[in-house]
Design a protein around this ligand. Structure first.
Ligand code: GLU
Length: 311
């Protein structure tokens, strides 16, 4: 394994709730290529924050690592597990301006205004209901309902840079940092980990583009630098919905059972992006480094369909 360079790292951070499907694998390949092209380290992080969902899927984290290695990726440090880092997230939380929130999902939906058109379909910023509670009201509500903790962002707007979309400015609402069951939120844990692990480049699916401004803002609040973002196109099934189990053979294991070995799947994934059909990541990296392939000009930004037409 190479050592993490001082110039930072890229990363791939899957949640081990089900096996990686071809969409996840293509994003992982791209995350590795973008990081290695830039001479950065590369990390894999196991985002196993949700104890129930992870317990319902035993062995998945290990299979993620096996699959990532089998498509030719390598990483520069032992993968960390978020389930072992709760103390660190709590420590970060203590440094932030937060307040308890007693709203149910329904309360939030009813109180929030119309979906925020500029920031993704259906996203509703938290309207700040509980930020205005008196201490007496808080004490009274705490008797009947456990509180989540939200950050006080004061309606700030924050700008990030995405490799494809360019500058994106988004409203930072008072988002949840600690869920009412005491679990650190995805936003808190991933921002803390990216900061602590020296992640300077975040490549992931385009569904998380809308989260980037608030995550980068939180990183700044905690004294971390702001990563560069690379949001790549999501895989969809033939119904046009996000790729899922219902779409048939979508994991390496399922595809092997239908006669497609891993190298063939990887080559097919590269082809879907208009890239040369290498059977593993290293051949593609060589082409990228030699200037024979321009990742930015390939078809990696738009949603893409699996299985590809004619396959
Ligand atoms: N664990 C998240 C997921 O699997 C990814 C988070 C991220 O890349 O920031 O969707």
């Amino acid at each position: 394994m190479r050592h993490v360079t001082s110039s930072g790292s890229g990363r791939f951070a899957p949640s081990p709730t089900s096996d990686l499907h071809v969409g996840n694998l293509r994003t992982a390949l791209l995350a590795w290529l973008f990081a290695r092209r830039a001479g950065l380290g590369f990390l894999v992080r196991i985002e196993d924050l949700d104890p129930q969902r992870v317990a319902a899927a035993p062995g998945v984290a290990r299979r993620h690592l096996v699959d990532l290695a089998s498509i030719g990726l390598d990483w520069d440090a032992e993968p960390v597990r978020q389930s072992e880092r709760w103390e660190m997230y709590r420590g970060a939380l203590a440094r932030l301006d937060t307040y308890p929130c007693f709203c149910s999902r329904r309360d939030v939906a009813e109180a929030s205004q119309a979906p925020h058109a500029s920031q993704g379909s259906g996203w509703r910023p938290y309207p700040g209901t509980c930020s205005r509670l008196s201490s007496a009201q808080r004490a009274e509500r705490a008797l009947t309902r456990p509180a989540a903790l939200r950050v006080r962002a004061n309606g700030v707007r924050h700008t990030v840079r995405d490799a494809h979309t360019g500058a994106i400015t988004g409203l930072v609402d008072d988002f949840v940092l600690m869920r009412s069951d005491g679990t650190p939120s995805y936003n808190l844990a991933s921002v803390v980990d990216d900061g602590v692990q020296g992640v300077t480049q975040v490549t992931r699916g385009a569904d998380l583009l809308d989260s980037a401004p608030r995550q980068a803002w939180l990183a700044r609040q905690l004294g971390f630098g702001q990563p560069d973002y690379v949001h790549v196109g999501l895989a969809v099934g033939h119904s046009g919905q996000r790729l899922a189990k219902r779409d048939g053979a979508v994991t390496l294991g399922q595809l092997a059972a239908t006669g497609s070995d891993t190298a063939a799947v990887v080559a097919q994934l590269f082809s879907t992006a208009g890239l040369p059909p290498h059977g593993s990541a290293s051949g593609m990296l060589a082409d990228v480094l030699a200037g024979r392939v321009d990742l930015e000009r390939a078809g990696i930004w738009e949603s893409w369909t699996w299985p590809p037409a004619g396959a």
